[in-house]
Design a protein around this ligand. Structure first.
Ligand code: SAM
Length: 435
């Protein structure tokens, strides 16, 4: 791999005796890995765990596999997996992932939250927020909203609100050179300082949203000290109530440069790509914003239709508050401020749509619940799965009472479909179909 001359000079100086091993690592293959999704119930057939991680495994998972389509796994290289693990929110927390697409950190945070608390997953780019919504939907979370906003506009709504904020910042991407060599062409000597300026602007807004006593995880996928330790030092000097928390160094992580609490991941020491992370703790006494629980916003007739559907199909009570947008029904976690001024890409869990005198369940609902949480379901086999994901109707081996059923493959949901007799009509979203 041909690395920029100035890059080589820079890391020769920074890494000294280690530089040769560092440069040699660019000749090796990038490391693939994935995380198992604990929201989807048991998963015992994965065999190459990443040591000292709750859900990480080495290996490649195809985007066409059952594991991917059902959201049972999320592909993410090992160094990137360390960021969610460093953040490790506790159940019930209010969490913000400020630069979230395509969703690696967000889905990891959702694993820790285990359908409690709130995740606001934000992405400034509209185009990128589409993939983020898709990934969160597939992951099956019930407590996540996706916004498509600038940090500044978000900060106007969420003042001192979050217990935990993760900023996985846009950066010069040096740590991605091996995985995506096209990133090299954007790199120039001054690029890290330009990125640092943007990172400081985003962090200025992030700090406004942190609840006193909360924590802020700052990460990049670059090794440039200008974007890492220097940005963290700037934060610490600007906000005297922030202090660095120690990140336990596992699996070959290195300490930050003259910042032992922070963590660096270099491919010659840590089996993965490049990453930096720091965790900042707000030392002020904890204080969270109290928000009154909201009442469901359904018309009487809608309430009845939903209750009838839930009674017939669900073994679980979905807690939160129910909100309609047009004829569409959503479940949102309690404790949210007024978000009506924000651009929403996913307004909570889409439950379905009211149509004349009936309620039709959504694709997302079929992905968000486990098999035992439904009163009835249809399990299809691998051949039927292939037919279904390609957009065709599936012939079942027996007749079923007509109606909607959540469809399962190897015990994991792939959405709702309508059944007439022994025919399962296709309701797999057009944009997700494949051969
Ligand atoms: N956290 C993501 C994950 O794990 O999948 C990756 C995030 S990526 C490193 C950085 C993100 O920051 C990009 O999605 C990019 O669109 C967004 N971004 C770029 N400029 C930004 C800005 N000025 N404010 C906020 N986000 C920005």
């Amino acid at each position: 791999m041909l690395l920029p001359e100035k890059f080589v000079e820079k890391y020769q100086t920074i890494l000294g005796a280690e530089a040769a091993a560092f440069f040699k690592s660019f000749e090796e293959n990038p490391v693939s890995a994935y995380r198992i999704n604990p929201l989807k119930g048991e998963a015992d057939h994965f065999t190459d765990p990443i040591k000292d991680t709750p859900w990480g495994h080495y290996g490649k998972i195809s985007g066409k596999s059952i594991e991917h389509v059902t959201g049972l796994v999320y592909s993410q290289e090992p160094a990137a997996q360390m960021v969610g693990q460093i953040a490790a929110p506790k159940p019930g927390m209010k969490v913000l992932d400020l630069a979230a697409a395509p969703g690696g950190k967000s889905t990891h945070l959702l694993s820790y939250l285990n359908n409690s608390g709130i995740l606001i997953s934000n992405e400034i780019s509209k185009k990128r927020s589409k993939a983020l919504v898709e990934n969160i939907e597939r992951f099956g979370a019930r407590n996540a909203l996706v916004t498509n906003e600038s940090p500044k506009r978000l900060a106007a709504v969420f003042q001192h609100y979050f217990d935990l904020i993760v900023l996985d910042a846009p950066c010069s991407g040096e740590g991605m050179f091996r995985k995506d060599p096209s990133a090299i062409q954007y790199w120039h000597e001054d690029y890290p300082l330009q990125c640092a300026q943007i990172q400081k602007e985003i962090l200025t807004e992030a700090v406004k949203m942190l609840a006193p006593g909360g924590s802020l995880v700052y990460s990049t996928c670059t090794w440039a000290p200008e974007e890492n330790e220097e940005v963290v030092s700037w934060l610490l000097s600007k906000y005297s109530y922030l202090e660095l928390a120690e990140i336990p160094k596992i699996n070959g992580m290195a300490a930050g440069i003259k910042m032992p609490q922070a963590a660096r991941m270099y491919p010659h020491c840590f089996k993965g790509e490049g990453q930096f992370a720091a965790k900042l703790q707000d030392k002020r006494p904890s204080r969270t914003v109290a928000i009154k629980p909201r009442k469901n916003q359904l018309k009487k007739e809608q309430e009845q239709l939903w209750q009838d559907f839930a009674h017939k199909h669900l073994n679980v009570k979905l807690t939160g508050f129910y909100q309609t947008f047009g004829d569409h029904l959503y479940l949102l976690p309690q404790g949210l401020p007024d978000m009506s001024q924000l651009k929403m890409a996913r307004n909570g869990l889409h439950l379905g749509v009211f149509k004349k005198k009936r309620f039709e369940p959504s694709f997302a609902l079929g992905l968000a619940l486990k098999r035992e949480e439904f009163t009835r379901f249809i399990e299809i086999d691998v051949e039927q799965f292939k037919i279904y994901v390609s957009g065709n109707s599936v012939s079942l081996s027996q007749d079923y009472p007509n109606g909607w059923y959540p469809i399962f493959i190897k015990g994991k949901g792939i959405g709702f479909a309508k059944v007439t007799g022994n025919t399962l009509k296709n309701h797999f979203p057009k944009g997700l179909r494949f051969q």
